[in-house]
Design a protein around this ligand. Sequence first.
Ligand code: HEM
Length: 408
Amino acid sequence: MKEIISLEDIKHFDSRSEQFQPLEWYKSMLESGSIRYNENSDTWNAFKYDVVKTVLSDYEHFSSEGDRTTISVKFSEDDKQMNSKVNFLKMDPPNNRKGRSLLASAFTPRSLENWKPRINQIAENLIIQIEKGKTEDIVAALANPMPAMVMSDLLGIPKPDVIKFKKWVDILFLPYDKSKKDVIDNQKNQAIKEFFTYLQPVIIEKRQQLQDDIISDLIRAEVDGERLTDFEIIEMTMAILGAGVETTSHMISTSFYALLYDDKELFSELKAHPEYIDWTVEEMLRYRFHMSRRDRTVKKDNNLLGVDLKKGDVVVAWMSAANMDEEMFEEPFQLNIHRKNNKKHLTFGNGPHFCLGAPLARLELKLILENLVKHFTKIESVESFELESNLTDSATGQTLTALPLKLY
Ligand code: HEM
């Protein structure tokens, strides 16, 4: 099992809210140079845009393999035993090619275009249930349920099982917490067992009758004459859920936070100009996705980042900080949907591991915003809302547990 590099060892924040929007810290880190050594965690930390991009993409020098990680979700009981085709997230090219290609075959632009009406239906159904003029918690009403509903629909999970499925997903990806590690590990192991037992017959059935869903695509997928076994398909499913559910929920809830608190005119602007929605999606990912970071292990001694790095050293690339680099983005600490280059954010990574689900995540937020301005004329915050008590630890940093608002 890999050792988790905890955020607390790198940077102690005095409050959850400070961690939720660590703009001051990013500012000072960006000003203090490209890369800094942190003794507590024994890691090098990269903040500047160009440096972060190099760390993520130059796999000859910065490897995704290694014994330490910033990712607190685990896809299997033991990463090392996990099948090589599925564990591609932690492999460098060319070894990652087969696994990545097999999964990529389910995420083609064509499949996304086919899925669009289904995803739109899910977004619209959730949004029209929101009562006009009444205080609603958008986390419970939309940000939490939508990504799990989309994933279970796209995977092809039978409808009556969706609630059961969501419960497993919630447990499987509970955030890493040192103080409750044993309890959480037990819960997760139990959920993994149940999930495997449940999914195997579903896959066997789909093999008899392929459908238009990701599990069927994974059954069809073939690279160099190799296909996935039932077990590997279940592992792939876990990998997709681990990578795609919590992250997307976080993106949705923080985007609403931005509409309510960062730019109160934005909703009206989007209502008048829905054609700005694509830019808005990118700016939300740049400006509001705050704890995006990935680790790499130095493969051979080098000085590429301006310091002497030795083989085995760990470098943490802070994509969220890079998204605030003023050498890349003009007035980076402002939310500005009109900036021309906001698609250049690094929230989905860069290079050989660039997020396979990025088009899906983007589409989910786009469809939410489109339906929002279609069905409502105004959005309002709730005065009694207090940020600090509505945050909790999660794999993506501090996540909103509730966000009350009113829609008219
Ligand atoms: C990889 C972020 C949504 C599937 C990644 C990476 C990042 C990322 C930063 C690169 C990891 C690295 O370089 O080590 C995000 C964010 C999301 C999101 C911010 C939502 C806002 C999704 C969704 C899916 C998904 C919806 C699938 C349904 C994957 C997979 C990989 C990945 C499979 C591994 C790719 C590889 O190693 O080749 N994601 N992701 N992600 N993501 Fe996402």
